[in-house]
Design a binder for this molecule. Structure first.
Ligand SMILES: *[C@@H]1O[C@H](CO)[C@@H](O)[C@H](O)[C@H]1NC(C)=O
Ligand SMILES: *[C@@H]1O[C@H](CO)[C@@H](O)[C@H](O)[C@H]1NC(C)=O
Ligand SMILES: *[C@@H]1O[C@H](CO)[C@@H](O)[C@H](O)[C@H]1NC(C)=O
Ligand SMILES: *[C@@H]1O[C@H](CO)[C@@H](O)[C@H](O)[C@H]1NC(C)=O
Ligand SMILES: *[C@@H]1O[C@H](CO)[C@@H](O)[C@H](O)[C@H]1NC(C)=O
Ligand SMILES: *[C@@H]1O[C@H](CO)[C@@H](O)[C@H](O)[C@H]1NC(C)=O
Ligand SMILES: *[C@@H]1O[C@H](CO)[C@@H](O)[C@H](O)[C@H]1NC(C)=O
Ligand SMILES: *[C@@H]1O[C@H](CO)[C@@H](O)[C@H](O)[C@H]1NC(C)=O
Length: 389
């Protein structure tokens, strides 16, 4: 008898779900599915400090109205949990409850910037890999330590993945290509020193537009010799890794024809600027400071806005060097940093034709001669003085 009653109840529920319009269902249930409200309350219970009272609205029936929570207006399910740190002093502290996995319909999960938040045993929990509807996952600067779980490879709808973190490491990223829709990957500061075939792995990620791997302890040069086929890649940042190799042998970079932003700062690359660099005609930002580069840049980089080449071994005449920046780039060039090279000669008057230039740093070179007319401003003067010294 009791069993029958339960069955009937379930049937009514299901029927209601099918036949009633969604708006009606939302009102009927206070806009929030009970199981998901329970999960959110468990998450709240795991938070030991919340200085900005981010979660103070997390009470009452309608969890869809709680701060940082968004529900689907079609299904009523929680689809978004946006709990990134609000400012510097609003950090959630505590441990992420495993009830998070009950929010099965989450599409967007952002816990970014909560330095004091962690997971069970301090780990990035494997159960995050069961949130199969995720499109956006931001766990940057959350206090996770240990291994990046390969279960993340189950998130096949993911488009944005930010795992920037000081204490994570991985020696196996073979699950990454399973994220076939991924456009944005930031694993900066994750120790990837033991990953053997990083480049081959990334090459299989056809949708990738942004790849940021700064400070990842990358140290095997051989892999960067591979060719790439990353036709969609626009932003590549592998700065602050040990990649002491001749610049023209980093084939991987030369094969990404649509790069707009390339950061190879402090990687130890050396040698002459290769002709292939001239083929990256969409480059707007080129950051090469802190390496051992010499010679002259190719003269085809028409879109450059920011060019940083401080602390390298560039020799030669400043006029000759600056002339390699094609006239088509003059109107948009904003930053030219050639500090700490071995550049000689004197600055030409026509530098004032670079109408957008706001930072020109030529300090610690071997420039001589008078300061060109029209650039009497203090910063420039100071730069100049550092050469005359
Ligand atoms: C439902 O949500 C979508 C996207 O979140 C929005 O564009 C649409 O206007 C919403 N519909 C209603 C009835 O609120
Ligand atoms: C992740 O969050 C951090 C800080 O909260 C932010 O700086 C970063 O841009 C976010 N990443 C993505 C992919 O949106
Ligand atoms: C991060 O967690 C570790 C333990 O896993 C702890 O020792 C450390 O103090 C935490 N850091 C912060 C900023 O909370
Ligand atoms: C996720 O991936 C792991 C290994 O990659 C697999 O064993 C597991 O069954 C998958 N499913 C879930 C829900 O974690
Ligand atoms: C590269 O880094 C890994 C892990 O940090 C280390 O075990 C390995 O010895 C390093 N290899 C070289 C050539 O420095
Ligand atoms: C790049 O080539 C590899 C094989 O060399 C292939 O597996 C991968 O799918 C290709 N990626 C793209 C983006 O076409
Ligand atoms: C530049 O690109 C063109 C067309 O893709 C190619 O034929 C040429 O070999 C490339 N030049 C260099 C120096 O890589
Ligand atoms: C500049 O040139 C001098 C002599 O030619 C050399 O000793 C010095 O190392 C060079 N400095 C840089 C930063 O390349």
């Amino acid at each position: 008898m009791l069993a029958l009653a339960v069955f009937l109840l379930l049937l009514t529920e299901t029927t209601a779900g099918w036949s009633k319009p969604d708006t009606w269902r939302m009102h009927d249930r206070g806009g929030c599915i009970a199981r998901e409200r329970e999960a959110l309350l468990s998450i709240k219970a795991g938070i030991t400090a919340d200085p900005e009272h981010l979660l103070s609205s997390w009470q009452g029936q309608d969890c869809c109205r709680w701060e940082g929570v968004r529900c689907s207006n079609m299904t009523g399910h929680v689809i978004e949990l946006e709990l990134h740190a609000r400012g510097d002093f609003s950090l959630l502290e505590g441990e992420i409850s495993s009830s998070l996995k009950d929010l099965e319909h989450l599409q967007h999960l952002d816990l970014g910037g909560n330095f004091f938040l962690t997971g069970p045993q301090g780990r990035l929990p494997e159960f995050v890999g069961s949130l199969r509807d995720l499109r956006y996952l931001n766990l940057s600067n959350v206090n996770f330590s240990g291994v990046v779980p390969r279960q993340l490879g189950n998130l096949s709808k993911l488009q944005f993945l930010d795992l920037t973190s000081q204490d994570l490491h991985s020696d196996d990223l073979s699950w990454l290509p399973q994220l076939s829709l991924l456009k944005y990957l930031d694993m900066s500061y994750v120790n990837l020193g033991a990953v053997i075939s990083l480049v081959d792995t990334v090459n299989m990620m056809a949708s990738l537009e942004v790849l940021k791997l700064q400070w990842c302890s990358l140290n095997t040069t051989s892999q960067f010799v591979s060719h790439s086929n990353l036709t969609k890649l626009k932003i590549l940042d592998i700065s602050n890794n040990a990649i002491p190799m001749q610049f023209d042998t980093i084939s991987w970079v030369w094969d990404a024809p649509n790069l707009k932003y390339l950061n190879l700062k402090n990687t130890g690359v050396y040698g002459m600027f290769p002709a292939q660099l001239g083929n990256l005609s969409s480059l707007e930002v080129l950051q090469l400071s802190g390496n051992h580069l010499k010679g002259m840049i190719p003269d085809t980089l028409c879109s450059l806005r920011i060019f940083e080449l401080a602390e390298n071994g560039v020799q030669g005449n400043v006029v000759e060097f600056i002339k390699r920046l094609p006239t088509c780039s003059w109107s948009q060039l904003q930053v030219l940093n050639l500090e700490g090279n071995n550049i000689t000669g004197s600055l030409p008057d026509w530098i004032s034709h670079m109408t957008s230039l706001t930072i020109l740093d030529l300090g610690f070179n071997k420039l001589t001669g008078p300061l060109p007319a029209g650039i009497g401003e203090d910063d420039w003067k100071e730069t100049w003085d550092r050469n005359q010294a």
